[in-house]
Design a protein around this ligand. Structure first.
Ligand code: ATP
Ligand code: MG
Length: 402
């Protein structure tokens, strides 16, 4: 057992000692068998939420209406979910009704793919009711039960399929893939934020080519915001043998670039469609414009370096490497570090200084002069010293009023 399971074992043992069943389930079992690192430990139990809560001193109701209670044990939280069935998916995304049951089999049956429908006892014995082990061994993603129905119940599962194809380097079983192709349009029923998480995981997976191939073969890409018109570039990306996107920022920078969204407004529009954070928009916008400079000049000017910042510069160069015009990173960062200042707050004068020394009166001219100071300091034309900058500002103010 992996260390995470060993640590969680007493929790399962407590539930079992009280007369209920408890298992490790879902992705953590799949990843354990594959020998991959775990990022969460999911526990399923026949005990109902109220029964789980009685057994432990400290619990949190993280999703009690769906049967999920978090058990706090030695500083770690374990999400424990009561066996359940789901029914009445009228909107192609969420079940209208969740029913708690005492049968493990019914719980495993509602899960998306056979490799995600495995359970493990605390002693490490695997319970494999849907031939998940065979598929895990063969590298196959297969829907549990009738694929068509499963994607009707929850259209997000189609994105999960292509995401796992990329993350695990697995093949989607033909009937499962055909059902995705038939139902691809249902993806529009899913909240874009949820689709985005899967899309990002696909792009950052170990074999993104594989996820893209399935995405194109099933036409699922047509229902990804801003991607419908870009089949050809996605196909190019798929055919590009070896690339790996280390971060979400790099993934979006690459996407914006290959879909010809190179102006800030276009990048922003794409990311707004996907409802990403503003922080991401700022980063990707900067990285895309740095990428244009790297392509054109193989380097950034001092002004560009300042505007880009180290993080977006690093992202830009990661993407440039994939596109075939990456630069030695140490060279790029050295140029960045040589900037006299790295943030406008480091400027040795501010608006207050300009007013107190009588260089300007409050108003729009002040902003213009401060901007001129900033530009001059970054270019190394004026030292970042108060007196030098006040002299420079006076000159700039005189020129302006002439
Ligand atoms: P990850 O490695 O990203 O955590 P995961 O398979 O563990 O992948 P989770 O979202 O953590 O995914 O879900 C845990 C388990 O719950 C899954 O392995 C699967 O059994 C089940 N599950 C999750 N989402 C769905 C879904 N949309 N439909 C059916 N079963 C699902
Ligand atoms: Mg998980």
């Amino acid at each position: 057992l992996p260390a995470e399971f060993e640590a969680a074992k007493p929790v399962l043992d407590t539930i079992i000692a009280a007369g209920y069943e408890a298992y490790f389930v879902g992705g953590s079992v799949r990843d354990t068998i594959l020998g991959k690192p775990l990022h969460d430990v999911d526990i399923a139990t026949s005990a109902f939420p109220a029964e789980v809560k009685q057994l432990f001193k400290r619990t949190v109701d993280t999703g009690i209406e769906h049967g999920t209670v978090m058990i706090l044990d030695h500083g770690t939280g374990y999400e424990t979910t009561t066996f359940r069935t789901e029914s009445g998916y009228q909107d192609f995304r969420r079940p209208d009704q969740v029913t708690f049951v005492r049968s493990l089999k019914e719980d495993l049956q509602r899960r998306d793919f056979t490799i995600n429908a495995l359970a493990m006892k605390p002693d490490g014995t695997v319970i494999d009711m849907f031939d998940g082990l065979k598929d895990l061994d063969a590298g196959i993603l297969r829907a549990v039960g009738v694929a068509e129905e499963r994607f009707h119940e929850d259209a997000l599962r189609m994105m999960r399929a292509v995401r796992f194809a990329s993350q695990l380097d697995f093949e989607i079983e033909p009937q499962t893939q055909a059902a995705i192709a038939d139902n691809a349009a249902l993806l529009t029923k899913i909240a874009v934020e949820r689709t985005r998480v899967e899309w990002e995981k696909l792009l950052m997976g170990q074999r993104p080519q594989r996820g893209l191939r399935a995405l194109l073969a099933t036409a699922l890409y047509r229902y990804l915001p801003g991607m419908a018109a870009h089949r050809a570039v996605l196909a190019d990306l798929m055919d590009n043998a070896d690339w790996h996107l280390p971060t979400i920022e790099a993934a979006w920078t690459l996407l914006a670039w290959i879909t010809e969204r190179r102006q800030s407004t276009q990048v922003r529009q794409l990311l707004k469609q996907w409802k990403t954070s503003n922080e991401l928009i700022v980063h990707v916008t900067a990285a895309v414009s740095a990428l244009a400079s790297l392509q054109a000049n193989g380097r950034l000017t001092a002004q560009e370096n300042f505007a880009t910042g180290l993080d977006a510069l690093t992202t830009a160069n990661q993407v440039a490497a994939i596109l075939g015009f990456g630069q030695p990173l140490d060279q790029l960062t050295a140029a960045y570090h040589q900037l006299p200042i790295h943030d406008r707050h480091e400027l040795a004068v501010n608006g207050g200084d300009l007013i107190r020394t009588g260089v300007v009166t409050p108003g729009p001219a002040m902003g213009t002069i401060l901007q001129a100071c900033l530009t001059a300091v970054i270019d190394g034309q004026v030292a970042n010293q108060r007196d030098a900058l006040l002299d420079f500002s006076r000159m700039a103010a005189d020129t302006k009023s002439d």
